[in-house]
Design a protein around this ligand. Structure first.
Ligand SMILES: Nc1nc2c(c(=O)[nH]1)N[C@H]1C(S)=C(S)[C@@H](COP(=O)(O)O)O[C@H]1N2
Ligand SMILES: [Mo]
Length: 371
């Protein structure tokens, strides 16, 4: 037997009131998800057009993506609570049209729950699912958007009827409904407050539940994958073993001492991980533009950057033209005034403005100019 809820608030008015906030959160989450996807895996037409400004663009958009995704947990639960009795109404379909409408709700509810669950698993780096996260999360987002539009169209008359505040006295449940919405708002506020500090510094003190606490960091920046996890050992980066090789029209190789002797520049740039944490730091090193000029790279060329790491998805990175000549794009040797630690990518790592953390390649060994 399914539990029977006897409360009076399982009605279209409550569903509309929660739906407003739910819809807004889904919209922000969807749009910032598109930004995230576009910056991480741009299609060929988009890659050369990706902008390196604002430097905090990806940081803000990905922070919003993860924060709205987390806020969806209480909002979805609240909405499901409000419509719960209708989900199991009997008979399941009264007409072919009604059957279709219920089918679209089944798709909507299941993709919404799946998207939030996958996102949460991913930010906690618990890859419990047997497929790669990003393409599935991206494809399901379109299924969710499509079924949500269908749902909004089917419910448009009810939404219109209940969108506005009822005239005073006409709605006997108004007070109870307001308490429910306040409670839900408090739940959203609470989950946001204890997680958003991972990217929004003023809330840092409250960061209880975020998987990456930026205060638990070395050199002021959390470490996402350690050198040991990536299989990079001290012998591989020893002074006599490591060279930076630049392949291009006039290719060359440099030792770390030679790199240090080139003009050094400092940029304050954030690392913003897709998982929602971010941290700003002072990065010092050689401008990628200077290294490319020295290799005779034509203006507007993209590059491929290869890490010492033996395998793994982030061993090889391609950087589109919009970033390669940017004065803030560095092959960094120092972090917050000290030499890079091995975990942060010693001897040299990439740091570029407005790019996802996954492409801030550590332990760089090779830079190839692309045609
Ligand atoms: N070679 C290599 N570079 C890498 C990674 C990696 O796994 N291998 N992880 C990336 C990810 S996902 C992030 S968020 C940043 C984090 O940099 P940090 O560990 O110095 O904070 O490094 C990026 N650079
Ligand atoms: Mo990351």
């Amino acid at each position: 037997m399914l539990p029977r809820f006897r409360g009076r608030l399982h009605d279209p008015r409550t569903a509309t009131a929660i739906g407003r906030w739910l819809g807004a959160a889904v919209l922000v989450c969807f749009l910032t998800g598109l930004v995230s996807h576009g910056l991480q895996r741009p299609p060929d037409w988009l890659a050369p057009r990706l902008p390196a400004r604002p430097v905090w663009g990806y940081r803000v958009s990905q922070g919003l993506h993860v924060a709205t995704g987390i806020a969806l947990v209480p909002l979805l639960l609240g909405k499901l609570w409000a419509v719960y009795p209708r989900l199991f109404a009997w008979p399941p379909a009264r007409s072919p049209w009604h059957a279709l409408e219920r089918l679209s709700i089944a798709v909507l509810v299941s993709t919404a729950l799946l998207e939030v669950a996958l996102g949460l698993l991913n930010i906690f780096q618990w890859y419990a699912f047997p497929f790669s996260f990003r393409p599935v999360h991206y494809a399901l987002a379109w299924v969710l958007a499509g079924s949500l539009l269908l749902h909004l169209a089917a419910k448009a008359p009810l939404i219109v009827e209940h969108w506005r505040r009822a005239p005073a006295g006409a709605d006997p449940d108004a007070r109870e409904r307001r308490s429910l919405l306040l409670g839900l708002g408090a739940a959203v506020g609470a989950v946001t407050a204890v997680t958003a500090g991972q990217t929004f510094a003023p809330l840092r003190q409250l960061t209880l539940l975020a998987p990456r606490d930026p205060d638990h960091s070395r050199q002021g920046v959390p470490v996402n994958r350690t050198a040991a996890e990536a299989g990079v050992g001290p012998a591989m980066v020893a002074a006599d073993a490591w060279r930076l090789r630049v392949a291009g029209p006039r290719g060359y190789a440099l030792t770390l001492a030679e790199l240090r002797a080139l003009p050094q520049h400092t940029a304050r740039l954030p690392i913003a991980c897709v998982e929602g944490w971010s941290a700003s730091a002072d990065w010092t090193g050689v401008r990628l533009a200077d290294l490319l000029d020295r290799a005779g790279a034509p203006a507007g060329s993209a590059v491929r950057v290869v890490s010492l790491q033996a395998h793994g998805g982030y061993r090889v990175m391609e950087m589109p033209a919009g970033y390669t000549r940017d004065p803030l794009t560095l092959l960094a040797l120092r972090l917050n005034g000290a030499e890079l630690s091995l975990d942060h990518g010693f001897p040299a790592r990439i740091i570029a403005p407005n790019r996802p953390g996954v492409w801030q390649t550590k332990w760089v060994s090779r830079i190839e100019v692309l045609a």
